[in-house]
Design a protein. Sequence first.
Length: 614
Amino acid sequence: MCGIIGFTGYLNSAEVLLQGLSELEYRGYDSAGIACLRDGKVEIIKEVGKVSSLHAKVPADFTSSCGIGHTRWATHGGVTEVNAHPHRYGKVTLIHNGIIENYHELAEELAKGGRFPVSETDTEIAALLLDSLYTGDAYAAIKEACNHLEGAYGFCIMFDDQPEVIYCIRKGSPLVATHTDEGSVIASDMVALLRYSKDYFVLPEFHIAKMTKDAIIVTDFEGNIVNPEIMTVTWDTTAAQKNGYKHFMAKEIHEQPEALRRTIMPRIVKHAEGSELGGLSLPDFTADNIPDSLFKDVSRIIITACGTAMHAGMMGKILFERLLRKPVTVDIASEFRYEDPILDENTLVITVSQSGETADTLAALRLARENGARTLSIVNVKGSSIARESDYVFYTHAGPEIAVASTKAYTAQLSAFYMIAFRFAYVLGKITAKECSDYMEGLLDVIPSIEEVLKQEDDVEAISHHLVKAENLFFIGRSLDYALTWEGSIKLKEITYIHSEAYAAGELKHGTLSLITDGTPVIALATQSHVLSKTLSNVKEVRARGAFVICVTTKDAVIEPTLCDFRIDIPRTDDIFAPFSAAVILQMIAYHTASLRGLDVDQPRNLAKSVTVE
Ligand code: F6R
């Protein structure tokens, strides 16, 4: 939610900011703006719309060595140039990612001192506040401002009388920084730093970073210098580029075999022949520092997350209950955090997040910890807030995901749940070492299955032509297929703007069947043998009401040809692994339908990746 970047150094800051903003644009694309120091003065250029519109507005000869830039996902105030960041008041120019919850009260106070905003944003109030507190000591003003500000924030701040210096502070919202010979750069996400360095650090909360051309100095609120841990990313700039694909989403769909390989392979330990576990390939989390004792005496597991990550958790629930025989609930993080969940030291709370920064998931994690629960997170972004605050972290290695619609992060999250289920089912004596090893072989076979499925892309695209004009659509399935309908539905909705619903196939007749009329598209998932005949009965029910049916099933499933208009086959695997290939089919359906509708696949309207507001 909102991308921010600051640079001071030996390059043209306008170029650095515009380049960085285009890389951060997936975080918000309602408007964009930069503020750069030129001839001792701060010049601001803003534009409604995408970063490319801002770029077009910045004169080609616009040079500067220090500046801040922002790409906005509107929360407070409409999408207008006045509401676009940077905001400036008095000596202060700033950009912000987050929400200042008490901005209204602050505005009333500041008005008494004759300070009035021109925009409708919460952010501008922070500029007014800082200006009112600033008497030449930036540290004192920022610290005092933090005492007044409620909510979440990541700020980059320039003071008129401190040229070429940027101060940064955060609470909740992410900020990562790096310093090289070219200067100092800070941003909401590592993708904007990559062209300068693979090494970076996360600015700790309530610490102030003072960025100059030659250093970044981080201090705590007592003024002590702090040296945050330097982290290194393993991927390079090409990982955050389209590499010949039309959209990031298409590229990321195709990266899934590699993302799974990277996530699964390092966790497999092949035991030497002749040893007790001779020849077996078992998942091992020693390198992740996740102890086998984690599930010992666990009486209850709660999985909490948002959106797609929560859908991965729905799959995790079925697996855990099947294999671990422990009760599992899946909660939407934004609900969980405001209820009164039953938590104790025998409860394991698993949070799932691609970004590791989702505000509601982070709050759910904090609530779990405060109440003494054990916590494990499944996270894609190294060093992110959720990863840092969990007792244990299982990193997925999907690489940077740029398209707003999550694809490779989802299947990587699934693989994490599968490995956790297998390992702990074995550790708890629910399955034998041999069974565990067989499961791991099955999980590895998912990779060639997905490669196979990706070859069907042309067929899937051809079928998607039939959905282009749809207004409503239903996904139905049972068991693991039902968990997957949720993911199929969100993917379709968010990028095609076609209304769709995920439904347990057996539940339709309890009301929803009335919505099925001649030609209503129904995507039926029928990959689970133990409920196949039941699912097919439900397909018959919708068919009898005139539904246009696309059936996603396994190669060997026997289905009357008249039951569906189109059948898409996935390779035969053990049923529990079918969701991987089926997920890829659903991603491709959503992708091609959106693309055929001529929509902005990577940046769908009203959305943004990494939801750092609640
Ligand atoms: C949908 C999608 C979102 C995210 C959700 C959680 O395609 O990407 O539903 O899954 O916003 O985000 P993370 O995983 O970053 O916590």
